[in-house]
Design a protein around this ligand. Sequence first.
Ligand SMILES: Nc1ncnc2c1ncn2[C@@H]1O[C@H](COP(=O)(O)OP(=O)(O)OP(=O)(O)O)[C@@H](O)[C@H]1O
Ligand SMILES: [Mg+2]
Length: 140
Amino acid sequence: MFDKILLAVDGSDHALHAARKAAELARNMKPQEFRIVAAFDTIPMYLGEPNMQLAIDSRKTEAQEILNAAIKEVGSIPCEIHTELIEGNPAEAIINVATTRQSEIIVMGSRGLGMLAGLLLGSTSQKVVAHAPCPVLIVR
Ligand SMILES: Nc1ncnc2c1ncn2[C@@H]1O[C@H](COP(=O)(O)OP(=O)(O)OP(=O)(O)O)[C@@H](O)[C@H]1O
Ligand SMILES: [Mg+2]
C-alpha cells in the first residue's frame, strides 16, 4: 500500500509539517519511491528578454531552495528521494506529476503561503482533493 508517495511543498510551515508526516508514512510503508514536487508560477511573456529569463531563473532558484528544505525536513527514509520543479499552476502540476508518475498517495498541507485568514483549506488543496487520481492526505 502507498508504494509511491508524492509530497507537495510551497515553502510554508504547513508544507514542512506535511513533509514530516509524509516521512513518517515512508518509514512505516517502506515505499519504492518518494517524490517531492514544487511548482512556481508562470512568468508573463510581456516581461520580454532579458527580464523574463532573469525572472524564471530567480523563481527556479527559489523553488529549488524550497525542495532542499523539504528534503532536509524529510530526513532519513528507506528509499530514494526524487524531486520535480515545475512551472505552472500548482494544483495542475501536482495532479500531472501524480498521474504521470502513478503516485499512490499525495501528501500536502491544508494551507500554504496564502494570506487569507480563516480559510480552512487553501485553493491548491481544494483543487487537488477534487481532481487527484489517487488518495490525498491533507495534513493539519
Ligand atoms: N506551488 C506549490 N507547489 C507545490 N505544492 C504546493 C504549492 N502551493 C501549495 N502547495 C501545497 O498545497 C498545500 C496547501 O496550499 P494552498 O495553496 O492550498 O493554501 P494557501 O496558500 O493557504 O491558499 P491559496 O493559495 O488558495 O491562497 C501546501 O501546504 C502545499 O503542500
Ligand atoms: Mg497557495
